[in-house]
Design a protein around this ligand. Structure first.
Ligand code: G6Q
Length: 547
């Protein structure tokens, strides 16, 4: 249990002493604070000087990481040990972006030749589709690609494609269908020409109910329009670990791109699951993305803990959650292109570290993964930022921004950045009652009015944020950013001693959905559900009968 570690106890005592600490004072007292509490690596810069930490705090946190054995666990991951013990699997998404020429072994077998072979097939396929050499059944060039997948087989490729597609406006348009709600597929297909549409069925297991249902509906749409079953061969490819199921579905394994059980769903965008990215923005940019991630992997693997970006971010999160009681974490990318990043990280963090038992099966004894949420700036400022500034909770925020513009409007980008910096400053500085009153008087309020309104305009300040500033929204920088968060999650899971790589918590709901389905389709299985659920099914029936 992590709470039994000496460093945990030391941190508990240390946190008591810092309960009332004001970061504004820390900044005033130490002119070196910004330099000391910031770090850059390649194109990534992290400032964490606005967190309520001292040098002593960081020292205790690094000690905690050492006592928890994170260094050994990192070594175990990179060397292919089966650290996902509840599923008996290695965790090797880092191998997918390893261009060093090193061998990586799983059970004594070097997996790298296989990784490279699939990667070369992806490249070749992308060139053929993007050049127009690969055509649909009627000889038309592919203009639209639909990725059908859900969870890890959707969010990663969706987030990255949306982030980078502006780099190649000529590339095929990428669409993503995840929800089994028929509207998701129907609204996507509505504007598309079946002769020019390519479907990628992305599913590690190739058994996921939503994905297989959508894939069958898509096949029906295609065959219905083209009037020929054999059209499937030119319009459907699969990405999976399950060749048998792919064949059963009717996709020729020749049109299948493999990956392996040592790639977790939410870490799979680097594998063939990223095919939609490579098709939309080109395989060279996909490779740049992998190279950016590899840069972060090497930094993570080799830098000392004290100079290690993912380690620092992971430990700050633990400090905020376990020792300061901040239960949520906001992700605020100041980039419209990154609007899917909060949802992507929500899955990455909450599915990985939302666990209540340790690797040994004991109760964790402390809070694990925070609730992760967020939205792109500046939009969020006009919505939920109110609570960040004046609400009763402390919400640590990650502000993510880019020095250079991704768009054509330099003026707008400067304005975006002005907001980006200003928000972290406002959270820190706040506004006192005196300041609020003075402002009101300056704006023409009389004394009584200023006195009455001032408390409503007070912002307590001293609210924590990290700022991650990257050079530009390039594939390389994005790869490094995603890998930074992946490794941050790893560090936290290692300190909490939980398995960040399974997801048993999503099993039960899936199982029960299978039990509810026959009830909705007509076979009443009285007593198979609790009274509340049975009641709801009855209400649904009566609503349908009324139609
Ligand atoms: C991710 C999870 C989960 C998974 C989906 C889709 O780590 O395992 O989100 O990616 O359930 O699974 P398939 O790829 O097998 O369809």
């Amino acid at each position: 249990m992590p709470t039994n570690l000496d460093a945990w106890r030391t941190l508990t005592r240390h946190a008591e002493g810092l309960r009332e600490v004001d970061v504004r004072d820390l900044l005033a007292e130490d002119p070196e604070r910004f330099i000391h509490f910031s770090l850059s690596m390649g194109p990534v810069f992290l400032d964490y000087s606005k967190h309520p930490v001292t040098r002593e705090t960081m020292g205790h946190l690094f000690q905690l990481a050492r006592e928890a054995g994170v260094v050994e666990r990192m070594g175990a991951m990179f060397s292919g040990e089966r650290i996902n013990t509840t599923e008996g699997r290695s965790v090797l998404h880092v191998a997918l972006r390893d261009f060093s020429g090193r061998s990586v072994y799983v059970d004594g077998e070097d997996v790298m030749p296989d990784v490279r072979a699939v990667y070369e097939r992806m490249r070749d396929f992308c060139h053929r589709v993007r050049s127009g050499e690969w055509t649909g059944h009627t000889g038309q060039r592919v203009t639209d690609v639909i990725n059908i997948g859900i969870g890890g087989s959707d969010l990663g490729p969706r987030m990255v494609t949306r982030a980078l597609e502006h780099l190649d406006p000529e590339g095929p348009r990428a669409h993503f269908v995840a929800n089994v709600d028929p509207l998701d597929l129907e609204s996507t297909l509505r504007r598309l020409d079946p002769e020019r549409t390519l479907f990628i069925v992305s599913s590690k297991s190739f058994t996921t109910q939503e994905t297989m249902t959508n894939a069958r509906a898509a096949r029906q749409w295609l065959v219905g329009h083209l009037g020929d079953d054999s059209a499937v061969a030119r319009h459907f490819v699969a990405v999976s670990t399950n060749t048998e199921r792919v064949r059963e579905f009717g996709i020729d394994p020749e049109n299948m791109f493999r990956f392996w059980d040592w790639v977790g769903g939410r870490f799979s965008l680097w594998s063939a699951i990223g095919l939609s990215i490579a098709l939309a923005v080109g395989p060279d940019r996909f490779e740049e993305l992998l190279c950016g991630a590899h840069l972060m992997d090497e930094h993570f693997r080799t830098a000392p803990l004290e100079k290690n970006l993912p380690v620092i971010m992971g430990l700050l999160g633990i400090w905020q959650l376990n020792f300061r009681g901040a239960e949520t974490q906001a992700i605020l990318p100041y980039s419209q292109a990154l609007e899917w990043l909060p949802a992507y990280l929500q899955q990455a963090e909450m599915e990985s570290n939302g666990k209540g038992v340790t690797l040994e099966g004991e109760v964790a004894g402390c809070h694990t993964g925070p609730v992760v949420w967020g939205a792109a700036g500046t939009n969020g400022q006009h919505a939920f930022f109110q609570l960040l500034h004046q609400g009763t909770r402390q919400v640590p925020c990650d502000f993510i921004g880019f020095a250079l513009s991704s768009g054509i409007g330099p003026e707008q980008h400067t304005m975006l950045l002005a907001n980006f910096f200003a928000q972290t400053e406002a959270l820190l500085q706040g506004r006192s009652r005196e300041e609020a009153k003075r402002e009101l008087l300056e704006q023409g309020s009389d004394e009584a009015e200023a006195e009455r309104l001032a408390p409503h305009k007070v912002q307590p300040g001293n609210r924590p944020s990290s700022t991650i500033l990257l050079r530009e929204l390039s594939p390389y920088c994005l790869g490094a950013l995603i890998a930074l968060y992946e490794h941050k999650i790893f560090i936290q899971g290692s300190v909490w001693k939980i398995n960040s790589f399974d997801q048993w918590g999503v099993e039960l709901g899936k199982k029960l959905a299978k039990r509810v389905l026959p009830d909705l389709e007509g076979d009443r299985t009285e007593g198979a559900h609790d009274p509340s659920t049975l009641g709801l099914i009855e209400v649904w029936r009566s609503m349908c009968e009324g139609l």
